[in-house]
Design a protein. Sequence first.
Length: 382
Amino acid sequence: MDTLLTKINDRLKIAQTGVRIEQISNRLYLRATLPPKPNSKKTQPYQQRIALGIYASSEGFKRAEAEARLLGGLIACKNFRWDAYLKAPPDEFLAPEVIEVLIQRFEKYYFETRDRNQQSQTTWVIDYWRIFKKLPQTEILLPDNILEVVTATSPDTKTRKRTCMALSALAKFAQVEINLKPYRGKYSPRLVTPRNLPSDITIAKRFYEIESDDWRWVYGMLATYGLRNHEVFRLDLGSLASGNYIVSVGENSKTGCRRVWPCYPEWFEEFNLQEVVLPKVDLNQANHALGHVVTVWFNRHAIGFAPYNLRHCWAIRSLEFGLDITLSAQQMGHSAKVHSELYHHWISEKHHQRAFELMTNKGDRPQAPKILGHQNGVKSFD
């Protein structure tokens, strides 16, 4: 159908009709420079659409081309009048909504189908709005401008995959037919190069190099519990201040309520985490904004690594210590599948060696059978 529409518009251009046909979803429209509609505040002609109420079929294209030539003739003879085109039922001749309005409707639908809280608000901003705002807000959603945003991202990346996911949802909502699966690529956390994570000694040393009490406390919490940046501000601080080393993350975090244990319980005492000292930040901010505050502080104070590296270190540490993957995934606030994809391929030979030593040095581990001796080629066992 795209080829047929292109050929028709080429013929209209050669004939100098000043009119082209556009397909939006499965309907056809005429587009031309037309005088303002009655009661419009505009005074000069401008590009406008006329809905034909015709489906994008072979017969529909034939009729649309005839309508385009008729409209071109009326414009050329200066006989165009809106009256003839505004007599049709209003729902068939309403101009399609621009992307800005479409996004507003999609946002309304999005929060009608789930609770509006810190968690869903953060998901909306990061996974949808940051992508939607790259679309031309005053235009109509079409496959062309969708693909322009998609192809502006690097192939086989998390950004490309997330962009395709968000724009597919918007296109489906707007009934715009487009298949973005071929553009999603082969991104997988398994393909991401492992970070150069700091050692536990480096993490502990850096704690004592931080001068401010409040940010030293934030750093200590991230290191000890592997929290997301914003989750430091979403904890049950009363329980923590009472001496409970098991932290409770609130329901307004990214993935809701959960409890987290320290891999190094010694750090709870050593870093004096019971003495809660929060930085002066606006706690009413969205989760992504709070998280950004932490990232900016790390960058400005040359910590040497991103705050999320402390979270990754907690994950690797939990694997080294032999914590069941289901339990560590729950404490980190994601699924066992995500946990495995993100962290299992990060484990190096030294991690395996450390886990082996921890396993074999356990006093209650099973022992190998002892061979008491050989008699006539037959082994006897204890």
